[in-house]
Design a protein around this ligand. Structure first.
Ligand SMILES: [Zn+2]
Length: 478
């Protein structure tokens, strides 16, 4: 028996008539029992139809009946085993034919091919962004169908608590993870693991579902260099948060249109933390020699860091294998590079930390000035050496660092004029100097600062770390 309540009856009928699959109906009824999704979907559909049919006294039944009859006819014509259940208008087939046992076999095959030595994996699901749009038009209808008194209707059908609706991803995992783990033998599907198996669904046929949101909420859709489309799931979800119900209903069909085909079989990719997989470790602690704001790149030779592996199954790795791991990491992303990857003892990590305060760091910044800069300003900046700077804890970090005045040394500076109002500033400073504050002054909390020195307003537009001058770890031969 399905764990449905009397109040769900109206919703079940409406959703089935709207073209939702059996499992999406369960999701919208906020059924949080994983087992309910693991039953055969045809059997679940039969049960849901029977449940909705008991609803004869309800005024909605008149609207429901023709849709049911129609779908029964279709199924006879198509001689489809699915009993008239076409492609679901919300999940676009993901919770229908794409979450069958055969799908688990395919995902398992993709994982087996990689030959990882792991005992867990984490399953991550990526869905077409339009699923959010379609979901929104479905969690509205059952309550809003009755336009004469939406509030009453909402109360009568138990109001779909949007936050309680079970996510497609969640339901998919509930269905697939058991068969997947069985296929893979000793590998368990976990919440955290060095191996991430990403299952990515796409449905080009309905991609345009999201497009109307760009005109109602243009600031949510900024095209970025790294994204193929501005209509990412995040952007669409943000726009859906902002758009009021009535505006949404004007622009989006309700119920959503029936697609002619479901999502294609998903693309399965294995992403694993190379170091963890190589050592068969369960996790890690990361520490580094200092840190930077998220918008600051670390270039040059990079920043020394150490990983402490938790519960590794191997305690040693040959230099060649270590080099392999380094290559895998470097090949996996354009944004991160590692070098001199090697095994070190616990004492080495503390040595790395000790150097944190004494070391020097080199930066390169792009600086804007209000007044036009002349060659003699440049010469003046270039002459400055070992400038002692008092920095009161910057406003931007005051919430996590105690209020204090710290004295730091700016060893040297070099300015490179770009135009009258912009120059590149090279700095060598004692570690721990707040560079952004040294440039703009932080409302006089850093003294002296570049504004004072040049007698103008100045701001920092870009900042890169050129080098962290610590002689650690030992360089390895290439
Ligand atoms: Zn569905």
């Amino acid at each position: 028996m399905l764990p449905l309540k009397e109040k769900d009856k109206a919703i079940v009928g409406k959703l089935l008539a709207s073209g939702c699959c059996a499992r999406c109906v369960l999701r919208f009824c906020c059924i949080g029992v994983p087992d309910a999704y693991r039953h055969g979907r045809r059997e679940t559909l039969r049960q849901l139809r029977a449940f909705a049919e008991e609803n004869h006294n309800c005024q909605n039944v008149g609207q429901l009946e023709p849709a049911r009859k129609r779908s029964r006819l279709e199924s006879e014509e198509a001689a489809d085993e699915d009993e008239g259940e076409g492609v679901c208008v919300v999940c676009l087939g993901v919770l229908q034919h794409l979450s069958d046992a055969s799908q688990a076999v395919q995902i398992a095959d993709a994982v087996k091919k990689e030959k990882y030595e792991v005992d867990t994996l984490v399953l991550s699901i990526s869905l077409p962004a339009q699923v959010c749009v379609r979901e929104r038009s479905c969690w509205l209808p059952p309550c809003h169908f009755d336009q004469r008194s939406p509030r009453l209707a909402r109360a009568k059908c138990g109001a779909l608590g949007r936050r309680d609706v079970v996510q497609v991803k969640e339901a998919f995992k509930w269905i697939v993870q058991g068969p997947l783990a069985r296929e893979l033998g000793a590998v368990a599907v976990a919440a955290k693991s060095p191996l991430e198996v990403s299952v990515c669904f796409a449905h080009p046929e309905t991609d345009a579902d999201c497009h109307f949101l760009a005109s109602t909420c243009p600031d949510c859709f900024k095209v970025s260099k790294n994204k193929q489309s501005a209509f990412t799931r995040m952007a669409v979800a943000k726009a859906l948060e902002k758009i009021p119900d009535d505006k949404f209903l004007e622009r989006s069909p309700r119920p959503p249109s029936r697609p002619s085909s479901g999502c294609a079989p998903p693309e399965v990719r294995c992403v694993h933390a190379s170091v963890l997989a190589a050592f068969g470790a369960r996790g890690f602690n990361f520490s580094s020699s200092g840190r930077e704001d998220v918008d600051v790149r670390t270039l040059g030779n990079g920043r020394p860091f150490a990983l402490e592996l938790l519960n590794p199954r191997k305690s040693q790795l040959s230099p060649e294998s270590m080099k392999n791991v380094q290559q895998v990491i470097n090949a996996s992303s354009e944004k991160v590079r590692v070098r001199d990857l090697q095994m070190v003892g616990r004492d080495a990590a503390s040595r790395m930390k000790e150097g944190e305060e004494e070391k020097t760091k080199s930066y390169r910044a792009l600086v804007w000035t209000q007044k036009s800069i002349r060659e003699d300003d440049v010469a003046f900046v270039n002459r400055i050496e070992d400038l002692r700077v008092d920095q009161k804890t910057p406003l931007r970090v005051l919430h996590r660092r105690a209020l204090a005045v710290r004295q730091r040394l700016v060893h040297s500076m070099s300015a490179d004029l770009l135009d009258e109002h912009h120059f590149r500033l090279g700095l060598r400073t004692q570690a721990g100097t707040y560079i952004k504050e040294f440039v703009h002054g932080d409302f006089g909390r850093t003294k002296p600062n570049l504004c004072q020195l040049l007698d103008t307003h100045a701001d920092i537009l870009e900042l890169d770390v050129e080098s962290v001058d610590v002689d650690w770890p030992p360089a390895l031969p290439d």
